[in-house]
Design a protein around this ligand. Structure first.
Ligand code: MRU
Length: 354
């Protein structure tokens, strides 16, 4: 399985996803500004992966700060936090990583600055390892909904490349394959950046998982023909009422699934769930440059000067979602908030395959 991000000899190494699969190239980020640039330019993308990159970027940024005490270190880090937080607004994982690191440091404020700098590297590696384990748990919970012979549709890339490894939406697929189920995956190409075409199809083929690539607007026709049994997608931010922000086009796919009686699941690690936001209307949606729409790679395909809207994400209302697959179990969107409550017997709210 391809490695998305690593810490190598004091640098953050990421596979350049903007070039895949035409070119397999790794970039070594030498400072936190370069990590932030990589997140903005989509060298690394996918909510959990950019959360991990942020944690590693903070560790990298800390090494350069000249401070004699905890307070000065935190002052220096403040700029690093802000730079990373401003890269991409929709995925909550960068915020999640910044909050986790702030708490981590505050709980260790009596340690020396040198010790804290070393601990930050360890903590970012821990976040990476934990992410892979979380994805495997998502896979175990989610695989129960995939039957032998099923065809599963996914949108964008919520696979290994979007995470520390194993993927979120691809995790139940991987576990189902490991269980010996014969399944097929349909990958939406995912205009305009083509994550489904360039990344999902590529990584599944690398791992010998049968995948068929379609244009986004083919999904409805195949759903209507009964050729698709279920959908599993990832999320950039899922909020308290179970509304889900994910790659643009997810909403359309969810509506089409509902219309055709096909279950629609969202794979959501807790790091992508934002209980502080009550509903999807309040999720900040990133709008990206027009050239992603007017060009395919270097080739200009649109009329010169045409007006463009390029929303990178949309919000799927909870009513279209069958279940949210987390590392703690699978829940109906309306029960998701139970995960944020104390002393709740979660097993009483878990969705089980029938
Ligand atoms: O713009 P991207 O490529 O970062 O968008 C990625 C997605 O929308 C993914 O589905 C989401 O981040 C979940 S990744 C496990």
């Amino acid at each position: 399985m391809v490695k998305t991000i690593e810490w190598v000899n004091g640098k953050v190494r990421m596979i350049d996803q903007s070039r895949l699969p035409r070119e397999v190239k790794y970039i070594d980020c030498t400072d936190y500004e370069m990590v932030a640039e990589g997140i903005k330019k989509l060298w690394i993308r996918g909510a959990p992966a950019i959360g991990i990159a942020a944690a590693m970027g903070i560790a990298l940024g800390a090494q350069e700060i000249k401070a004699n005490n905890f307070n000065d270190l935190m002052k220096g880090l403040n700029h690093v936090f802000q730079t990373l937080l401003l890269t991409r607004p929709t995925a909550v994982n960068i915020q999640w990583a910044v909050e986790r690191i702030k708490l981590f440091l505050t709980e260790r404020k009596d340690q020396t600055v040198d010790k804290l700098k070393a601990l930050l590297i360890e903590e970012s590696l821990k976040i990476l390892q934990e992410d892979i384990e979380i994805n495997k748990a998502i896979g175990r919970w989610g695989a129960q909904f995939i039957k032998d012979g099923d065809t599963v549709i996914t949108h964008c890339n919520a696979g290994s490349l979007a995470t520390g490894g194993y993927g979120t939406a691809t995790a139940p697929i991987r576990v189902a394959v490991e269980q010996g189920k014969k399944i097929q995956v349909i990958a939406d190409e995912t205009r305009p950046v083509l994550q489904g075409c360039r990344l999902t199809a590529w990584e599944l083929m690398e791992d010998n998982i049968p995948v068929t690539l379609i244009t986004d607007n083919t999904a409805g026709a195949l759903l209507r023909k009964g050729e698709i049994n279920l959908a599993i997608v990832g999320t950039d931010r899922t909020v308290a009422n179970g509304d889900v922000a994910n790659k643009i086009g997810t909403y359309s796919l969810a509506v089409l699934c509902k219309e055709n009686g096909v279950p629609f699941y969202v794979a959501a690690p807790l790091s992508s769930i934002d209980f502080s936001i009550p509903n999807g209307e309040l999720i900040p949606i990133e709008e990206r440059g027009s050239e992603e729409v007017t060009h395919i790679f270097e080739c200009h395909i649109a009329p010169e000067g045409v007006k463009v809207r390029n929303l990178a994400f949309d919000v799927t209302p909870a009513k279209y979602i069958t279940g949210i697959i987390t590392e703690k179990g699978v829940f109906r969107p309306e029960d998701l908030h139970k995960l944020n409550e104390k002393d709740v017997d979660l097993s009483a709210f878990m969705l089980k395959a029938t």
